[in-house]
Design a protein around this ligand. Sequence first.
Ligand SMILES: CC(C)C[C@H](N)C(=O)N1CCC[C@H]1C(=O)O
Length: 720
Amino acid sequence: MTDEKMDETKKKTKKTAECCGFPVSIFFIVVNEFCERFSYYGMRAVLVLYFRYFLLWDDDLATSIYHAFVALCYLTPIMGAIIADSWLGKFKTIIYLSVVYAVGQVVMAVSTIHDITDTDRDGTPNNFTLHIALSMLGLILIALGTGGIKPCVAAFGGDQFQEHQSRQLNTFFSVFYLCINGGSLLSTLITPVLRAQECGIHTQQQCYPLAFGVPAALMVVSLVVFISGSGMYVKTDPEGNIIWAVCKCIGFAIKNRFRHRSSAHPKREHWMDWANEKYDKLLIAQVKMVLKVLFLYIPLPMFWTLFDQKGSRWTLQATTMSGDFRAFILQPDQMQTVNPILILTMVPIMDRIIFPLIKKCGLDFSPLKRMTVGMLFAAMAFVCAALVQIEIDKTLPDFPSSSESQLKVVNMFNSSLNVTISHKDTLLIDSLESSAGYVTLDHQEITVSLNSSGITKNFSLIAGGRQTLIIPSDPSVMYLKEDIKSKPREGRNAVRFVNGWTAVLNITNLESNLEPTVISNYSLVAQGTRKFVLSNGAQSCEFSQTFGFGSSYTFLIPSTLFSTDCKSIKAVEDIQPNSVHMALQIPQYFLITTGEVLFSVTGLQFSYSQAPKNMKSVLQAGWLCTNAVGNIIVLIVAELGKLPKQWAEYLLFASLLVAVSVIFSVMAYFYTYIDPAEVEAQIRSELGFEPEEEKKKETLEMEDKDKDQQNEQEVKQTKI
Ligand SMILES: CC(C)C[C@H](N)C(=O)N1CCC[C@H]1C(=O)O
């Protein structure tokens, strides 16, 4: 054996330091993953808010760019895997792409400093183009980094284990998943708090630089931790441009099959065998292994399509629920943290109790069965979501359909009025009162008559809209104002005021002063007791109102405002607060998380164990791609619009996933598990190559001999 070859083999079979049966190097890898996931999920937690309130994009643009970014993060693993398996090896790929990632995070954090373009010091950036350009550059670098290293880190972790450590290898993937969720949980709790701080050099703003800066720092820590373990890792070098070789081999097999399509040529066992003429048996066997697994992956994106809706549809569902847990108030988007919390408890329970119990009962719960059951759990989660939605729908107001219009009447006149709409509906409304609820009309052109005064006026209503007719102290100038026709965003409450006072009023929470007889625009207030101060310069009074989640109120200010010390203000409830409790979402979170543990943790292990040694990262990337496709499906579904009833959409997704899991179980039935190392060794020996095991033994023996010689020399020296 040449020296070069010996060095190479020594590297591959290096004995690693162990602790409790685990390679010590694993410690650096899981800590690295923890910090990296903190960095990624922490940045993601505040990203949409940054788009919405810093770059001032509208909701649609902000959510589309956000989902496109997430999808990109799960597509770039292919690039990372190709670099690692064909060119640099996993170790160097992780280091170089982590540098790209950290630079991206820093660029992103810099893009959020408004002072860099706030030349007039008014607290708002003056050059949005620069901020947008910097943040897009940052996001692209982050996507390249996070996606690129993701398949390599998991596979590199797996590479640290020796053959006798297969039990520990499975535990590693569980611990790896715990670290992902530990990091993401901490960061999703911390970064929103950092964002809520005020900071800035010239003026005080929400502290986005801190919220993005801390994840950037964690990414640098992640890199440093990874490099610190450098001396302990088992590093396998890439065996040439394997991906290119695989593509050429597949291309040749297809071409060759096509050339020999006549029945004169005997069929071959597998279509890849048509590459036999040109490529060696080992490569063909490896390609077969990879293709078999990739084929199994085809139905899997459907799981992620449901899973990823936690962050969108389920959070929207939470905005129509009450988050009052007495001891604390939970905001709708905070409900998502239930997932990593449950992961942290369920992974150990599954690993230590459930799986061993199932094994004890003599049941075969092979990886592909676990994944199928995981999909069924996710489908059940969506059935639960549908049931919760049905409960919520019972409490939601009946918003108008696209052909209907709804009208409410507010009487600010100093006595009761009989209001007739289109000579049909007559409403008796007391002074400083509103009609009881909205009147639904199937036409838009209406005539309003005030019977006592003989005033009649025509109005054109908005189709599909809700409006309020304000009858001021001078009824002849009655007018319409558009109302919100959905629950206010993020579980907040929409409030507005009608000024029945005789002069301009200043009201806390409102953007501008309120003219007499005018109704203000809505402003949003959070849950809890809120105080409003009303003043006209000379006098002022205050009143408080307790809000739940997702309500809407119109406050009617009478002409007697200051003489009654604000007590005569009348609150009209336009949309009632949410009454279904957010705790009802816990079962669906529990089911989807159980599904995730069965599906995702197993999928990680499966992708590693079934991949040939030189294509471990590639299969990890294939696995991550299923997540990217799932995200893209969510994007498409969001664009195409939804079914008229949300619960029906949930049921549709649940049924689709059940159908997909049936297909997957059939595919899984025909899959035979392999030990890639064994298959490769067998082919090598058939081809007359020196078996890997023999090589390993030889190298270990040589290492031992080296050590013995060293020891002998040391002993001699001591004697001398
Ligand atoms: C969405 C949670 C914060 C994290 C989730 N439980 C999870 O661990 N993952 C979702 C996609 C795969 C995996 C990850 O690697 O982040």
